[in-house]
Design a protein around this ligand. Structure first.
Ligand SMILES: Nc1ncnc2c1ncn2[C@@H]1O[C@H](COP(=O)(O)OP(=O)(O)OP(=O)(O)O)[C@@H](O)[C@H]1O
Length: 771
């Protein structure tokens, strides 16, 4: 039999699958080169993607594409850099996860190829969520995937990280690995994704992100996604994007928030906020609500206080100062609960996809309209409905409304009927009175709220000095106002500035009045503002003889001497001679030179001839001498050109100095802003200590297992509680030791971070005495 006639060898099932896979690979590779063919694609099944990804999508019940997915996925599959902007809850996560899987699949990536895709998220919770979705839709693929958010043994993680193909990470811990994990290599990276890109690129992460990007190869594909997308050329330049495609789904739409979201705001006084919150919760017990507050301490206090009030619905709280395990536990609890209230800082503001949230209540004003949009976006996700309620102080109303209008946020005012409000101030007072820990939390909440308002950059909205501190403290149940230094300073500064401005205005008014009158030369002379100064100078001039060496008072003296510029006697020279003869020290000589300089005429240079006679610098030349140097015109031109050169060089130097000064000023301002922002973030608990969870190959080394492994670690709140108890015990011990010497009971005061008022101390003393 000839070779041609021989029957084809029988293929094993595995070989057949391999061949099919190769055919599929070729076909999707070709098809994905033409993204324009997929602009109207409705179903994932019709996209040029692998069967493996398709199966994963089906398993998670993702069949139809959302708008952003329809626009972004085909471009990303064609290996384009993408800037994706779409409303909250519109499905951005799949817009980058599907391409990530496909890009690596098409590159036939395997464990030995190292890191192929890197997804960066600003918070741990969001990273966990992205990782969960990746696990679901990527379950058919054989890539290894890891979650780098902190919390695990760095060494263990270091050993595993070199085997990861896809990493979902928060910036801090990722950089730590780049710096310290020997096996961590990203030279082959194919795709970089920044979720919540505007947040990752903002100043808070600037240094870290720049350092990360420096470690990545430039030839990668980059994808940026956010509901409030950055288009800052500078930011994008940092990422070296190649001809990026801007995919903005809501740019032309009338509003920037989901259409199925109703949004309202209430204007209320600061001291009324907690009453309104309580009344709201009591009337929405059958709902799932997220309440946003501006700092960790406040979140903690409101949570503890409301737990005591027992409104009749389960209460949870989430902030950056809790340990990771606790945060995950709360995150999961809130996800699975039907009716609950979650008090949270902005840690939950971005990207988190809690199902079926009915209400987002922003108890404290968000720092800007973008933060508002992200917070309110925790409800009305995908095609669900939802409600947003924003509480604004009268001082915040105008500025915030302006910002929201600019960002196309449709929001209307509603009024709360006083009769519907229930005051909880008395209960809070009694909690703070009975329970020192509550009072301590209240004080810290008070200070941290004030600080967060004070640190906000938009002073059009946030006016810390106008807040009713006494009423606010009372509304938290505190007997007195904790002392806050920064606020007193800010108030003093404001008073000084307004006084200066007022004086300036008064003077201006006075000037205007006077300018209306007809004034003679003598009037002007007597009205001169610096009359006193001049007369004083005149006196100094008279006292000149008594001036001592080294008495280099100030510029005014210098000006006085200037007035003596007519007598060009040899006075300076004589003084110099005297000094030389006295053989004074170098330092004294320097001082004396200053002194001499004071007495010299400013702007008049004198030259001495060989006999030591002083001459003016410029003196009349006779005509013959003048003509020796060429004709007048040529001399004039030469002179002009020389002077022009001098002036140009001086001009250039001036410009360079001015530029340098501007640069320094800008750098200083940036540094100050950055420090303020970092402080604000710390205040909100966003400076999360990075911890690690790693997944093994195939993403089956389950996250749950890792979590339960470190469950034993206590939360920071528990530690704080312990510290508080210790301090309490110490205070009690010290008070019993020193009972005799301290009848006022002052030594029994519990140590707190914030100052305690006298009334508080008395209350505490009574409590300690068992009264
Ligand atoms: N094609 C789809 N079909 C059905 N549900 C989808 C689809 N895409 C996304 N979803 C669901 O919509 C919800 C929101 O998606 P996702 O979290 O990706 O939104 P997002 O645009 O990233 O929101 P945010 O701006 O808040 O981060 C999720 O519950 C997700 O499961």
């Amino acid at each position: 039999m000839s070779e041609e006639q021989q029957p084809a060898p029988k293929l094993t099932g595995r070989q057949k699958r391999k061949l099919q896979e190769q055919d599929e690979l070729k076909s999707i590779e070709e098809k994905s080169k033409q993204p324009e063919n997929y602009v109207d694609t409705k179903f994932f099944d019709d996209l040029p993607i692998s069967t493996k990804t398709r199966k994963g999508l089906k398993r998670s019940n993702f069949r139809q594409l959302t708008d952003i997915q329809r626009k972004a996925i085909p471009l990303a599959l064609a290996k384009k850099d993408v800037l994706g902007a779409a409303k909250t809850g519109s499905g951005k996560t799949l817009s980058f996860l599907v391409p990530v899987l496909e890009i690596l699949y098409r590159a036939r990536w395997n464990v030995n190829d190292g890191l192929g895709a890197l997804i960066i998220s600003p918070t741990r919770e969001l990273a966990v969520q992205i990782f969960e979705v990746l696990k679901k839709i990527g379950f058919e693929h054989s890539f290894s995937a890891g979650l780098i958010i902190g919390g695990k043994d760095f060494k263990v993680e270091s050993e595993r990280i070199s085997r990861m193909n896809i990493l979902v990470a928060t910036p801090g811990r990722l950089l730590q690995h780049m710096d310290q994990s020997v096996g961590f290599d990203c030279d082959n990276l194919q795709a970089l994704v920044l979720d919540e890109a505007d947040r990752i690129l903002d100043m808070g992460f600037q240094k870290t992100v720049n350092a990360i990007i420096d470690n990545l190869p430039k030839s990668r594909q980059t994808m940026l996604f956010s509901a409030t997308q950055t288009r800052s050329v500078k930011d994008l330049a940092r990422l070296s994007l190649h001809d990026p495609e801007y995919v903005a789904v809501h740019e032309k739409s009338e509003h920037s928030t989901p259409h199925n979201l109703t949004q309202h705001y209430i204007v209320c006084d600061l001291q009324k906020k907690l009453d309104i919150l309580y009344s709201f919760i009591k009337t929405h017990l059958q709902n799932k609500t997220i309440v946003f507050l501006s700092s960790c301490k406040q979140t903690r206090f409101v949570f503890e206080a409301f737990c005591k009030l027992q409104p009749g619905v389960s209460l949870l709280h989430l902030h950056g100062k809790q340990k990771q395990t606790k945060r995950v536990e709360i995150f999961r609890k809130f996800t699975s609960t039907q009716h609950a209230v979650l008090f949270s800082t902005d840690i939950a503001a971005r990207g988190l996809d809690f199902p079926a949230v009915d209400w987002v209540l922003q108890l404290d004003c968000p720092e800007d309209a973008d933060t508002y949009i992200h917070r309110v976006g925790r409800t009305a996700r995908f095609d669900a409905g939802g409600h947003g309620l924003l509480l604004l102080l009268p001082t915040e109303m105008e500025g915030m409304m302006e910002e929201l209008k600019k960002k196309k946020v449709p929001i209307d005012e509603i009024k709360v009927r006083d009769s519907k409000q229930q005051s909880i101030q008395k209960q809070l007072q009694s909690y703070c009175f009975q329970d020192a820990e509550m009072k301590y939390l209240g004080q810290r909440a008070f200070v941290s709220y004030m600080r967060s308002v004070y640190l906000q950059r938009n002073k059009n909205i946030f006016k810390a000095t106008e807040l009713p501190t006494e009423e606010y403290a009372a509304s938290l149940g505190l007997a007195g106002v904790p002392k806050i230094k920064f606020l007193s300073k800010a108030k003093a500064k404001e008073t000084a500035v307004s006084r200066l401005l007022k004086e300036g205005d008064d003077e201006e008014e006075e000037e205007k009045e006077k300018s209306k009158e007809v004034r003679t030369k003598y009037d002007r002379m007597f009205q001169r503002k610096n009359q006193d100064i001049l007369s004083e100078h005149y006196n100094k001039l008279v006292d000149f003889e008594n001036d001592t060496v080294g008495n280099d008072d100030d510029d005014e003296d210098f000006m006085t001497i200037q007035r003596k510029d007519h007598d060009l006697e040899s006075e300076p020279e004589e003084e110099m001679k005297e000094l030389i003869s006295e053989n004074i020290s170098k330092r004294q000589a320097n001082m004396t030179k200053k002194h001499i300089a004071k007495k010299m005429t400013k702007g008049e240079r004198i030259v001495f001839d060989e006999e030591g006679n002083p001459h003016q610098l410029y003196e009349m030349e006779d005509e013959a001498d003048f003509l020796k140097a060429g004709d007048a015109k040529a001399q004039k031109e030469a002179y002009i050109s020389e002077e022009t050169k001098v002036m140009e060089s001086a001009d250039w130097e001036d410009k360079a100095t001015a530029k340098q000064k501007r640069k320094e000023k800008k750098e200083k301002r940036k540094l100050r802003e950055k420090q303020e922002l970092e402080e604000l973030r710390r205040e909100r608990g966003e400076d999360m200590e990075e911890v690690v969870y790693t997944l093994g190959s195939g993403a089956e080394d389950s996250y749950d297992e890792q979590v339960s492994g470190s469950e034993a670690s206590s939360s920071e709140e528990d530690e704080e509680r312990e510290t508080f108890k210790r301090k309490w015990r110490e205070a009690q011990e010290s008070s019993s030791e020193s009972e005799d010497e301290s009848p006022s009971g002052k030594k029994r005061v519990i140590e707190t971070d914030e100052p305690v008022t006298l009334a508080d101390q008395e209350a505490l003393a009574l409590k300690l005495l068992g009264a």
